[in-house]
Ligand binder design. Sequence first.
Ligand SMILES: [Zn+2]
Length: 195
Amino acid sequence: MFIEPNHNTKHSQPRIGWVEVVCGSMFSGKTEELIRRLNRAKIARQKVEIFKPAIDKRYHDLDIVSHNENSIRSTPVNTSEEILLFAGDCDVVGIDEAQFLDNNLVEVCNKLASSGKRVIVAGLDMDFAGKPFGPMPLLMSIAEYVTKVHAVCVVCGEVAQYSYRKVTSQDKILLGETDSYEARCRRCYTLGELA
Ligand SMILES: [Zn+2]
């Protein structure tokens, strides 16, 4: 389990920022892990701001909602630059579903971290085709800490890292229906409909 190097309390001057990435497939618990870290920061009396791409309207406009219904209020943004505008004087910046944001998010996260903020980014590392997703691979490169979380293959019970799409749409972004996907291991993902 990830333990914070410190909570960047008011006593430590100058404040030191860093970037954490939490990545994995669908149903791997990324958002739960993001919420866990943000809640711990709140307990440490850190000022927390949370952002997500406006495109993700699955459950509720203003809440990050994970599949186990833990939720935290969040601000929807259309571009990664908007995060810089809204981050203000907070200590910790959380970003969920980062795979849907633009590649400029790398620069934005570096700026935030270099200005003393702790940045926690969660997102899908691969799309349904098994390809690196949006800015995620770049973010994993520049982050101090990378945590890859795993789901369980619904076919065989192995550790799963793929989001297998059960419907035929080839759109990279198919939002909403979590029942359009299932978590699969490498073997069962490769077998496709034969698994
Ligand atoms: Zn499997």
